[in-house]
Design a protein around this ligand. Structure first.
Ligand SMILES: *[C@@H]1O[C@H](CO)[C@@H](O)[C@H](O)[C@H]1NC(C)=O
Ligand SMILES: *[C@@H]1O[C@H](CO)[C@@H](O)[C@H](O)[C@H]1NC(C)=O
Ligand SMILES: *[C@@H]1O[C@H](CO)[C@@H](O)[C@H](O)[C@H]1NC(C)=O
Length: 116
């Protein structure tokens, strides 16, 4: 029990430190890569970016069930955007993600969506 608690605290600490990459769901070996996109923004002085990423893109239709969503922070130095899954995701055919950058810092994140 104590071990599990320690593990949970450790996991939380890692999440806080490297909170700019995230995964939802689990990718199966035979899943298709449904979408891969890179969002890049330049820093804004005294402000942050709040970027919504919709899947499928407006005007397109997705017939596959999403199994996993991966967001990679390409900065890799903890100054990248924090990703959040606002709706949909694994088990759905759509997803709305949000990337919130830090003040005075831009963002460069890769979003991969897998499904079948
Ligand atoms: C997608 O998931 C739903 C609910 O789990 C399931 O009923 C449906 O058959 C799945 N569709 C495909 C194409 O796998
Ligand atoms: C964003 O990150 C990717 C992967 O590291 C890199 O190839 C690309 O040049 C970066 N884009 C910008 C505008 O920095
Ligand atoms: C993190 O990396 C990015 C891209 O390499 C860079 O623009 C930014 O200044 C770095 N941030 C810090 C705090 O070092």
């Amino acid at each position: 029990m104590k071990f599990l608690l320690t593990l949970a605290i450790l996991a939380a600490a890692i999440f806080v430190c490297f909170g700019s990459s995230a995964t939802w769901g689990r990718r199966n070996s035979n899943d298709y890569l449904l979408s891969r996109q890179v969002e890049v923004r330049n820093p804004i002085k005294n402000n942050y970016w709040n970027v919504n990423v919709d899947f499928p893109r407006a005007g397109t239709v997705n017939y596959y069930n999403i199994s996993a969503i991966y967001v990679y922070d390409n900065f890799k130095n903890t100054s990248g955007a924090t990703p959040a899954l606002w709706s949909g995701g694994p088990g759905y055919r759509f997803a709305q993600l949000n990337l919130r950058s830090q003040v005075n810092r831009g963002l460069n994140s890769t979003i991969e969506i897998y499904g079948r």
